[in-house]
Design a protein around this ligand. Structure first.
Ligand SMILES: [Fe+2]
Ligand SMILES: [Fe+2]
Length: 280
């Protein structure tokens, strides 16, 4: 493919049934609508949306039905990956037509998949542990990942996880991080076509080198985990400006990631007046 391809990456929607507030403070459904408004108003239309987990707050089917109603506003396809707040079986019970969710089985089987998307390949790797906030790379699942990556060694690939495979310095989140990430890193390092490892869970944008590629978390569309690098800092969130990531694939320039704010920030202004003079 010779034309650019745009992937919008949003995460940690934490939708509650009926639009109830999360933690009595956060209107997560309203936040998702604002993100979709932002996406639809952008000058370039994303070709694909990826959502890296904590899709809903308690893993209830009613929450997934409410989420599905909101996501119907998206004119482009979207791919879902569960996070620690999700239920694999409830997710599958509502998104029955999302075939990739069943590529590795049904019910509580981990949601692993590999999907071709324009010039890219999207590999979802489910490292959640039902009932636990932290994640774990299951050694028994790594041959699947190895084979999925080996199947398309020259196709630029985005690997989706919920938990980032690195310490972030935010102590209470690192305590519920990803176990056995070194084994995952050894696999990723063998596949140079992995352009990004895209994650959620942290509700803020963080980047680190990983396995010869770049791993990053996306900001949340609603609440952000408070930025406090004191390892003893309490678990807190803040209503900081929300955001998402736009991954722009260009056949000559490769994959470029833009962090974009959510919301209406007014019109785009010129730097120059009508006669070409700089406006100071
Ligand atoms: Fe989350
Ligand atoms: Fe999470």
């Amino acid at each position: 493919m010779t034309t650019p391809y745009l992937v919008a990456h949003v995460t940690d929607l934490h939708i509650k049934a009926g639009g109830k507030l999360s933690y009595r403070v956060v209107d997560t459904a309203g936040a998702l609508h604002r993100w979709i408004d932002t996406l639809l108003a952008a000058p370039q239309r994303a070709d694909l949306v990826v959502i890296t987990g904590d899709l809903v707050d308690f893993g209830a089917e009613a929450e997934y039905r409410f989420l599905r109603d909101i996501l119907q506003r998206l004119p482009m396809p979207y791919l879902l990956l569960p996070g620690n707040h999700d239920s694999r079986s409830a997710l599958r019970a509502v998104f029955t037509d999302h075939d990739y969710l069943f590529a590795n089985g049904n019910g509580e089987a981990p949601v692993h998949y590999a999907v071709d998307a324009g010039p890219l390949r999207i590999v979802g790797f489910d490292c959640t542990v039902p009932g636990k906030p932290g994640g774990r790379v299951d050694a028994a699942a790594l041959p699947w990942l190895q084979a999925a990556l080996a199947a398309a060694p020259t196709t630029p690939t985005l690997l989706l996880l919920h938990h980032p495979p690195f310490y972030t310095g935010i102590g209470h989140m690192d305590e519920q991080g990803l176990e056995n990430a070194a084994a995952l890193e050894a696999v990723v390092r063998q596949h140079a076509q992995v352009e990004r490892v895209l994650c959620g869970h942290l509700h803020r944008h963080i980047t680190r080198r990983f396995g010869g590629t770049i791993a990053m978390t996306a900001p949340g569309p609603a609440h952000q985990v408070a930025l406090n690098l004191d390892p003893q800092a309490p678990s807190r969130f803040r209503m900081e400006p929300p955001g998402y990531l736009l991954h722009w694939w260009h056949p000559q320039h490769g994959l470029v990631t833009h962090a974009a704010p959510i919301g209406d920030h007014g019109p785009a202004h010129p730097f120059f007046d009508g006669e070409g003079k700089l406006i100071d």
